[in-house]
Design a protein around this ligand. Structure first.
Ligand code: SAH
Length: 394
């Protein structure tokens, strides 16, 4: 380990300084004033334009996010710091996670471990390594051995997103087991069981960030329910305990096959429809289909700030059609996982959809992501999920 004084120094502009002073932990490449010769993925000492120390960070030579702050204190031993932060992340989950054996164990910046995501699915840990710094052999080994030591999983699987590796100019790598030999299991959340296969499906296998929203939605759901963008049935399976009939819609046949296996696992009878949700809602809303509960949980529409208008347009179309189909006393559970669509935008969009649909809505709950996906107050990007539950009063 390098003595602190010999760490490479990286200077940031006045704008970069202001950003760090505001409590954010990223500095963009455009705000880095000198990084000549700094090795990719190294631990660096960050300074202001005059050379005054601001803290210690992990550096990426290729990402737009050049600097991810780690600590204001000198980092004498990176491995020890990582181990300590892994332990803190695990302890936080012990105190706040209930009713599940599947949850996010480490959420990158929000757990002060930038570039690292770890999810637990009962006895399997799923690991995502997202930056040059966390991909370095020494860091990987520390993380994996510490997760095994502290969590005693049957297996650890690494999930690769090839786009992330390309952005970080890291050599390609395949998803696969990095410890143990088990890659499939079943897990339980809120009493509902799910199949998990670490090496199939999308994302890390399930949308763990919706766990608390599933339980909330199930509290108000009734009658005939429609789960639009149902993936492997997260909402649908939770609604099945409260509703007479549940239908799930998704465009992915593969996701629906798992959804159906999940229904069997829970001894539930759910109808699955493979199709484009926009077409189906258009068709159903103009042909007298009615429901008592509708869930809308589309993929992120707005991936960048520029997409905001078109994203809001997409959300409004879905919400408008869903509202038209809801009976009086009906429940709308509407979600957005686009960070760029803020909660204010989202609620405004819903208000406008309600006016156009000639419905009066009473908001029952405005919710976010499950608590195992912590939100850091001064890092707005850590808050991305919105879930509004409302009641059609007229
Ligand atoms: N509600 C789910 C997560 C939804 S993720 C859960 O809680 O687990 C978004 C889903 O939308 C994906 O399963 C994807 O296959 C589906 N999807 C994307 N575009 C679609 C479209 N146009 N029509 C229907 N489904 C679509």
């Amino acid at each position: 380990m390098l003595p602190v004084a010999s760490l490479p120094k990286i200077a940031v502009s006045a704008r970069g300084v202001a950003r760090l002073k505001s409590g954010h932990v990223w500095v963009y490449r455009s705000d880095v004033t000198s990084a000549d010769g700094i090795p990719a993925g190294s631990l660096v000492a960050v300074t202001d334009p005059r050379g005054k120390a601001l803290g210690f960070a992990l550096y990426s030579s290729s990402s737009q996010i050049a600097i991810r702050m780690l600590s204001h204190e000198p980092v004498a031993d990176l491995a020890a710091l990582m181990r300590q932060r892994i332990a803190a992340a695990i302890a936080y989950r012990k105190s706040i996670v209930r009713d599940t054996d599947a949850y996010r164990v480490i959420f990158s910046e929000a757990d002060f471990l930038p570039g690292l995501i770890v999810d637990r699915y009962r006895d399997i840990l799923s690991l995502q390594i997202l930056t040059q710094a966390t991909d370095a052999d020494a860091v990987r080994e520390t993380v994996i051995s510490e997760l095994i030591r502290q969590h005693s999983p049957a297996a650890v699987v690494e999930r690769i997103d090839p786009r992330v590796r390309a952005l970080e100019t890291l050599p390609p790598r395949a998803s696969g087991l990095v410890f143990g030999d088990k890659s499939a299991t079943t897990f339980t959340m809120n009493g509902v069981r799910f199949h998990y296969d670490a090496l199939e499906g999308q994302k890390t296998g399930a949308f763990l960030d919706q766990r608390e929203n599933y339980a909330a939605a199930a509290q108000y759901a009734h009658g005939e329910a429609l789960d639009v963008f149902c993936y492997q049935g997260g909402f649908a399976l939770h609604l099945a305990g409260a509703c007479q009939k549940v239908t799930g819609v998704d465009s992915s046949r593969q996701a629906l096959e798992v959804a159906d296996q999940n229904a069997t696992l829970n001894k539930r009878d759910i109808e699955w429809i493979e199709g484009n949700a926009f077409d189906l809602l258009k068709d159903y809303s103009s042909s007298d289909h009615h429901y008592d509960t509708i869930v809308l949980d589309p993929p992120a529409f707005g991936k960048t700030k520029r997409d905001l208008d078109s994203a809001l347009h997409g959300y409004k179309e879905l919400n408008l059609r869903a509202l038209k189909m809801l009976r009086q006393g009906g429940i709308l559970v509407t979600c957005s996982c686009s960070y760029h669509v803020g909660q204010g935008h989202f609620v405004e969009m819903l208000a406008s959809a309600a006016v156009d649909a000639h419905r009066t809505l009473r908001i029952i709950e405005v919710r976010g992501q499950a608590k195992d996906h912590p939100v850091l107050l001064n890092v707005p990007e850590t808050a991305y999920l919105k879930c509004v539950i409302s009641l059609v009063t007229r």
